[in-house]
Design a protein around this ligand. Sequence first.
Ligand code: FAD
Length: 493
Amino acid sequence: FTADRYPNLERDSRYKQLDAEDVAYFKSVISSPAGVITADNPEELDSFNEDWMRKYKGRSTLVLRPKTSAEVSAILRYCNEKSLAVVPQGGNTGLVGGSIPVHDEIVLSTQLLNQIRHFDEVSGILTAEAGCVLEVLDNWLAEKGYMMPLDLGAKGSCQIGGNVAANAGGLRLLRYGSLHGTVLSLEVVLADGTIMELGKPLRKDNTGYDLKQLFIGSEGTLGLITSVSILTPRRSKAVNVAVLGVESFEAVQETFKRAKGDLSEILSAFEFFDRQSFNLVLRHVQGAREPFDTQTPFYVLIETSGSNKDHDDEKLATFLESVLGDEVVADGVLAQDSTQAAAFWRMREGIPEACQTEGGNYKYDLSVPVPQLYSIVEKMREKLGSGGQYKEDGSGPVKNIIGFGHMGDGNLHLNITTSGYSEQLDKAIEPYVYEIVEENAGSISAEHGLGLMKAPYLSYSKSNEMIESMKRIKNVFDPKGILNPYKYFPTSK
Ligand code: FAD
């Protein structure tokens, strides 16, 4: 998809076109020789213009990589004065086209803003710059007996600033809650270059509006997050992973209820995926194997984390015995060591990657009350089947319609893999998918955010009054609208 495919997204003439004088200014304020990437280096530039899904492509001719908040401040102050549009970019793993330019916006990358500023080993409070890669932080904390409170399939590339800007959820949310709870304070640079501390790295601070909450999930529209203070939990000494085969979505729900009851405080993840998702993993993920002799329509991955291995092993064994004995689940296997546990996680985490290998991939990340979660996948199969796009043997333009996700959070990932992207398919899928979510009192974005992809459909989840309030808030922090234009706010329903 390029901007040409979005007829409403003509270049806004309020924004100045970049010239040589601007580039010379940026070179003068950025300390790292690798901090300015121009069209002289087209290959490097290209990777900042394209998103992870290879679905969206921008036309920026300039990437800036500051090393300090002061450099970010000098860049934004200048852009604001000159009305140069900017797109903040972290690891560029976002799945809604939010991190790439639409036209010629300057890419402001946090790649070199990657120092750990402070860690308190008593409270577990970590202060790290926005460009620190999530997995790097998690490994660094592991040596101190701590861990990051969030984990995602993109951990090797996504950055903590991007995680906070996108309000990422992921695999540990069930246990440690959302970033709205774990992020304690932020340092941000506003559009006019002002550097602001939003709160302090304290667990309790009840003094006035909690402005950092506005920046969590703001997707680069309010300011650039330069540093994050976050509460990190102790790393669990005992971790167990089990995979279960389940005959129906009703039984998946029953398994979840039983897991919450029987495993309670040690339950740290409850993920589900359907057989069609797993078929893609078997096809595309190296080393993936059937866990059982017999196939089932659904699979569940359960993780427990605690401090006493004997206690956790016993609890999990009792739970497995009970759900197998009562025929709630058809099959179950417990990882015998950390290598097998990692292989089980790969069955679930390999799904997005496997979908990418198929060709086109329409990705929808939806929140729906748990009992209705899987009906969204079934309705989509019916709709595209009756329209002739989807044939179960995979011979139509739509090859697979699959459902997986964070069951514990009521979060479905509906993925529709296709032979390519087309306007006909766009129209067959959208807005239908958002209509069924609205009918089920759900949210059109559970954790991936709005970006370019979902901005036009915001009114399926938010009232006009709320959207107007959001616009007023945007205007307070970025009155000239230079930050991440064309995204986040709808132009029409
Ligand atoms: P980017 O993609 O670079 O940016 C995301 C948004 O934030 C953009 O709008 C960008 O403009 C803005 N932004 C980035 N950095 C800053 C900053 N410092 N200040 C202000 N704005 C900024 N997401 C989930 O929630 N849960 C998952 O389980 C999950 N799994 C994933 C698995 C895979 C394989 C992939 C590819 C993605 C997955 N994602 C998931 C989506 C994505 O990884 C997350 O949204 C991630 O948090 C984005 O971080 P990033 O550093 O790549 O940000």
